[in-house]
Design a protein around this ligand. Structure first.
Ligand SMILES: [Zn+2]
Length: 421
């Protein structure tokens, strides 16, 4: 008997925690010895992370310094290491059932100066802070991929001009998008059907390299949301004189999404054995000679597949519409999100179709709407203005695509995910 779980969609959040240790790295420290040993900080239950472990070296007197850390008025140098300890997701949760190997964690990292004879408490700019050898983003966050259950060192490091400072590392909630997939049963004939793990690996790479980065494309700069050049009209802090529409459209922003791919409805293939997340019989193309949902070449078949709500992602062998080979096609602004992809679709294609499914058009795409004069496309609106250059939502074959997601696209994706729990 087929097992048909409902399609999984929407979001769950990793718990937030205010618990952090204001650590020191070769830092002047005042106070008594107890300050050096606050004990391991335990985070509240969260899917991926149970604890930050802090360790610190025994304080050493600084050469030439008359102070000793045992004196309350003294200063001392101490080094703090921060370790992130991955954990298993809660038993029985969709996250556990998915059996993911890679897990993502979002950290907020800040630092402040602390000198014996210099400034104390002056915030250090995000652009000077690295974690794991990578500079953090302009929002002070960094998105990390944990590849196994081993602890990961996340001690911030600063650019050379800072030697004495305090820092804090705190976990921040990111969005978990749960998706189900199904494939055409004809894939079973050659014994190597699409697997959940191959899709998961592509989504993991999209999370890190396309969505989570704030420097895709040759501009390579990071601009905080508080920069008046990118605060649009109508938003708090907008300044007509500094507002820069071109920069707003062009600049990349990070979007912290972790995808969890689950099997769609399981059923036994016709004339076969076992249970697989395969299309229902009506989409198998075996009963009707005029349709083919394995190598899709008919626009109506493609539309029917997109409309099937049993799974979010439908994997077919190839898609060719009007002689044009496609790697994927999404149901625009669908809830739950729905898209069809070819087996060999890349991580970029999966990310691109997902964003279409969240209701985002190609950059510079003219969109015909009811009531418009179909023959005069100068009247058609462009809901997502350019540039196509290095954009994830580039649909122009003559311009190189990339991983840039701008603020308007990010807002549209967030609204779609938030309004479709
Ligand atoms: Zn597209």
């Amino acid at each position: 008997m087929p097992i048909i779980p409902p399609p999984v969609r929407g979001r769950a959040s990793i718990g937030t925690s205010n618990e952090y240790y204001d650590g020191e790295n070769t830092n002047w420290w005042s106070g008594n010895t107890n300050n050096f040993n606050p004990g391991p900080m335990t985070m509240p239950a969260a899917p991926w992370v149970t604890a930050f472990h802090y360790s610190w070296s025994t304080a050493e007197a600084v050469e030439g310094e008359e102070y000793n850390f045992r004196e309350s008025s003294g200063y001392e140098v101490a080094t703090t290491e921060v370790e992130l300890v991955p954990s298993a997701p809660p038993p029985g949760s969709p996250l556990e059932l998915a059996g993911k190997t890679n897990k993502f964690v979002l950290l907020s990292v800040t630092a402040a100066q602390r000198d014996r004879n210099g400034p104390t408490g002056v915030p250090i700019d995000w652009s000077k802070i690295k974690v794991n050898g990578t500079f953090i983003n302009a929002d002070s966050n960094i998105f990390l991929k944990l590849t196994n259950s081993n602890p990961v060192t996340v001690t911030p490091s600063l650019t050379g001009e800072f030697t004495n400072y305090t820092f804090s590392v705190a976990p921040v909630a990111h969005t978990i998008v749960q998706l189900t997939f199904a494939f055409h049963p004809k894939f079973l004939e050659n014994g190597s059907p699409p697997t959940r793990s191959e899709l998961q690996a592509k989504f993991d790479s999209a999370s890190l390299d396309i969505f989570g980065k704030d420097e895709d494309g040759p501009i390579g700069d990071k601009i905080p949301d508080s920069d008046p050049r990118v605060i649009p009209p109508g938003a708090a802090g907008h300044d007509t004189n500094q507002w820069n529409q071109t920069l707003y459209n062009t600049d990349d922003v990070p979007l912290y999404l972790e995808f969890v791919v689950n099997d769609g409805p399981l059923s036994t293939p016709p004339n076969g054995t076992g249970s697989y997340p395969i299309f229902p019989v009506v989409y198998e193309g075996t009963n009707c000679q005029t349709t083919n949902f394995f190598d899709v070449w008919n626009r109506i078949d493609l539309e029917l597949l997109k409309r099937w709500g049993g799974a979010n992602i439908k994997v077919v062998n190839t898609i060719e519409i009007d002689g044009r080979q496609l790697s994927g096609s999404a149901k625009h602004g669908s809830s739950p999100v729905s898209f069809v992809v070819a087996r060999d679709a890349s991580d970029w294609v999966l990310a691109h179709e997902f964003v279409h499914a969240c209701g985002v058009y190609h950059r510079n795409q003219k969109v015909w709407m009811e009531g418009l004069d179909e023959s005069d496309d100068t009247l058609w609106p462009i809901p997502n203005p350019g540039p196509e250059w290095h954009a994830l939502m580039n649909g122009n074959n003559n311009i190189a695509p990339g991983g840039i997601i701008n603020r308007a696209e990010r807002a549209a994706i967030e609204v779609h995910l938030n309004s479709n729990p």
